[in-house]
Design a binder for this molecule. Structure first.
Ligand SMILES: Cc1ncc(COP(=O)(O)O)c(C=O)c1O
Length: 491
């Protein structure tokens, strides 16, 4: 295609040219998915190497879109991590599904802005319906409220702001946290598994790190409810104002579930907000065999989770659900005249800008709506079960091996931590810490799998997050065997 056709006269491409470009892009995407089970999950390139590839001058003359697209195969893909690989076990990253990629392309084409209803009539109603479906999946009533946000971090932040607004006894909207006489507002969660997003949230909300009260956890990493009660009493006596308890719905290192019923009881007795951080695991509520873990989650005032984790939608798609939709409005309602400048009429709809922190909002819901329709609850149950089976299989391998050590209970979720610890080295924690870090680094740079470490009760361990719908038992077997071999080689 001649350059002039593609770039001049600086308007949209003619339909035929755009179709050709689109076909080229869909061919690239198709090939990406066709190769995804075989490619290296991590490119093992240095930041300097990658930076050099993209160290380009600001374009002055426009380029042919086909030339731009060519960078995908030559520069972008070979220097990208493939989170969709069945052997990407890092962070808690989702695998990205195909229909979600299509949905994102369609959402971008329509360019809906899901702040106000009038800018996004169908899109808003799809988001509302998707929120209702997700509410049903986690056991909330379908008239619960909620919205999509960028990630679990933002969802937790929005939850805490909603909690704060709901529980403050003074006019928080007007006076903020600077009201004279305002006391320290405090939040409670289990100490070992506290997710870093809460450190960010208390900072962002101006509460300060001291507001985050870490409650001792039990041997299984769940919150010690008796210790929570004692801490609440002591803090109140010391002049603090507890306002929120956070329960883990699948914690970051070991996938632990707190006792939601017990936490809901404490919150109800003391008039506290009860939030469940279910970024990793809240949607496990669709599995009947996990029902015991989810008992009481429907009593939480709010639940956050990431569709871009276990549901496998592409980034970004997190969700905050609240039992009472008015609480979101109370926390986030806007008062700009231009936003509501037309006369209320039959075309006045639900404006998400009154229910969350964003004014302009992308259409995150579309990929979740399409994914739920394509897979259905049945499909997701099958995917979830497969990931949990992989984690349990890994645990069985660890239990059966003399060279590895169990550091957590048998996993109920897809997150699992364990330690390389051959008998001869078990007396030397410092050496084992170093060795475990080297094993994770080596397995990653040798491009066997992408593995990261964490610390469990202070010691460095392997940590695998197996939430990909593409991971199979053979991936676990081969990764485990490679770890064992590397451990033997390095020790
Ligand atoms: C328990 C927990 N909460 C919150 C988050 C934050 O989610 P995001 O990375 O989507 O911001 C994570 C991410 O892994 C998580 O595991």
């Amino acid at each position: 295609m001649p350059t002039t056709d593609a770039t001049a006269p600086f308007v949209d491409l003619p339909a035929e040219s755009f179709r050709a470009l689109g076909h080229e892009a869909i061919d690239l995407i198709t090939q990406f998915f066709a190769d995804i089970n075989e490619v290296a999950p991590f490119p093992a390139r240095t930041p300097a190497d990658v930076r050099a590839l993209f160290d380009l001058r600001l374009p002055t003359a426009g380029e042919d879109p086909h030339t731009i697209l060519a960078d995908w195969s030559t520069k972008i893909l070979p220097n990208s991590s493939v989170l969709g690989s069945p052997r990407w076990f890092g962070f808690v990253n989702g695998s990205g599904n195909q229909i979600g990629a299509i949905a994102d392309a369609l959402a971008s084409a329509l360019n809906a802005n899901l702040g106000g209803w009038k800018a996004s009539p169908a899109a808003t109603e799809i988001e509302r319906r998707t929120i209702a479906w997700l509410s049903e999946m986690i056991g909330y009533a379908p008239d619960a409220g909620g919205l999509f946000l960028s990630g679990g971090t933002m969802a937790n932040m929005a939850a805490l702001r909603t909690a704060l607004r709901s529980k403050a006894t003074w006019d928080l909207a007007a006076e903020g946290l600077q009201a004279s006489g305002a006391r320290r507002m405090t939040i409670y969660m289990a100490d070992h598994e506290t997710h870093v997003s809460f450190q960010g949230a208390v900072d962002f909300l101006g509460l300060g790190q001291q507001a985050l009260r870490k409650v001792p956890s039990n041997a299984d990493f769940t919150i010690d409810v008796a210790a929570l009660e004692a801490m609440l009493d002591a803090d109140i006596a010391a002049g603090m104002t507890p306002f929120c308890i956070v329960g883990h719905g699948g914690s970051i290192n070991v996938g632990a579930f707190d006792d939601f019923d017990a936490l809901a009881d404490v919150a109800a007795r003391r008039n506290l907000w009860f939030h469940v951080d279910g970024a990793c695991g809240a949607l496990g509520a669709i599995l009947p065999e996990l029902a015991a873990h989810f008992r009481g989650m429907d009593r939480a005032d709010s639940v956050s989770f990431d569709a871009h984790k276990w549901l496998g939608t592409p980034y970004e798609a997190a969700c905050l659900l609240v039992r009472n939709p008015d609480s979101l409005q109370q926390a986030f309602v806007t008062h700009a005249t231009y936003l509501l400048s037309s006369t209320p009429s039959e075309y006045t709809g639900f404006n998400y800008f009154d229910y969350g922190p964003q004014l302009s909002r992308g259409w995150r819901a579309l990929k979740v709506w399409m994914s739920l329709r394509q897979y259905g609850v049945d499909g997701y149950q099958a995917i979830f079960r497969r990931t949990i089976a992989c984690a349990k299989h890994l645990h069985a391998l660890v239990v059966a091996s003399d060279e590895f050590e169990v550091v957590q209970p048998e996993p109920e979720l897809y997150i699992y931590s364990f330690r390389y610890a051959p008998a001869a080295l078990r007396h030397d924690d410092a050496a084992l810490d170093l060795l475990n870090q080297r094993i994770a680094d080596e397995i990653t740079t040798r491009q066997v799998a992408f593995v990261m470490t964490t610390r469990i009760r202070g010691r460095v361990t392997q940590r695998l997050s197996i939430c990909s719908h593409r991971t199979r038992i053979k991936d676990i077997d081969e990764t485990f065997e490679a770890m064992r071999g590397i451990g033997e080689e390095l020790r």
